[in-house]
Design a protein around this ligand. Structure first.
Ligand SMILES: [Zn+2]
Length: 79
């Protein structure tokens, strides 16, 4: 399920998110696929971070297979 948030904390810094763009997670195996899906679904290339850099409590499992995620896909505001 997509998580729609106003901001996330990445490496101790609050990062504002573009409204309407969810935070998604992917394992390394499905990263390319999730990247394509994000672009297809939202017509914008996401910003990517290591999943473990995101401090917020959330379900960090791969959207595709449910494995612990390695990468977070999100869209920063104003970039
Ligand atoms: Zn996966």
């Amino acid at each position: 399920m997509d998580k729609k948030l106003e901001s996330v904390t990445i490496e101790g810094k609050e990062v504002a998110l573009q409204p309407g763009f969810p935070v998604r997670f992917a394992c390394m195996e499905h990263f390319d696929q999730e990247l394509d899906d994000y672009v297809n679904d939202f017509e914008a290339a996401p910003d990517t971070y290591r999943a473990d850099l995101i401090a917020d409590e959330m379900d960090k499992r791969c959207r595709e297979c449910g494995a612990p995620a390695k990468v977070a896909l999100l869209k920063e505001k104003g970039l």
